[in-house]
Design a binder for this molecule. Structure first.
Ligand SMILES: CC(C)(COP(=O)(O)OP(=O)(O)OC[C@H]1O[C@@H](n2cnc3c(N)ncnc32)[C@H](O)[C@@H]1OP(=O)(O)O)[C@@H](O)C(=O)NCCC(=O)NCCS
Length: 151
């Protein structure tokens, strides 16, 4: 079985929503927010993971990272995060920010540092996830991105 990571097609949003609900992540603002999703799909068509980004100027809000419970601890979560980070660098973003209640150690191992919520870029603080969807107890983390190198 091989796994591909790619952007979602328009008819795959219902499957993404189901995966997020299964993983206890918020879906209330999915239709209103400009979220770009990438997914991990097996060659039999099964969607095993998802990650999303909302872009605010030079910063990205990483959100909705979820792997199907039966597919965890196989490296899919790290592969999705790495794919999103590579894309963010390539498009010139300077920083990724996220809120998490459950995955602080996972992101710390990827180099993300805990920051004060108030230190996040202003655009990100106005997102629905920051304003209302994630409880105040969620940890805010940030990764500063080096520009992509070419050649
Ligand atoms: C957080 C989450 C996305 C991680 O997904 P995952 O696919 O299990 O992630 P990975 O398999 O890449 O990594 C998980 C651990 O398994 C380990 N692992 C990876 N491949 C492995 C393998 N083949 N054998 C054994 N362990 C393995 C990794 O080293 C990693 O350990 P670390 O956390 O100490 O670095 C998943 O647990 C999840 O969906 N949680 C619920 C939703 C959530 O909290 N999302 C975050 C909100 S932003």
């Amino acid at each position: 079985m091989t796994l591909a990571i790619r952007r979602i097609a328009p008819d795959e949003t219902a499957a993404v929503r189901a995966l997020l609900i299964d993983s206890g992540l918020p879906v209330e603002d999915l239709s209103g927010a400009a979220i770009e999703f990438r997914i991990a799909v097996e060659d039999n068509g099964a969607m095993l993971g998802v990650v999303g980004i909302e872009v605010f100027d030079e910063a990205g809000l990483l959100r909705s990272l979820a792997v199907a419970p039966q597919a965890r601890h196989r490296g899919i979560g790290h592969a999705l995060a790495a794919s999103l980070e590579t894309d963010a660098r390539a498009r010139g973003l300077r920083q990724l920010v996220l809120l998490t209640q459950t995955a602080e150690a996972f992101f710390a191992r990827r180099g993300y540092a805990v920051i004060d919520r108030a230190a996040a870029p202003a655009g990100i603080q106005r997102s629905a996830e920051f304003r209302s969807l994630c409880p105040a107890s969620a940890v805010c983390m940030s990764l500063l991105l080096e520009p992509a190198r070419f050649g």
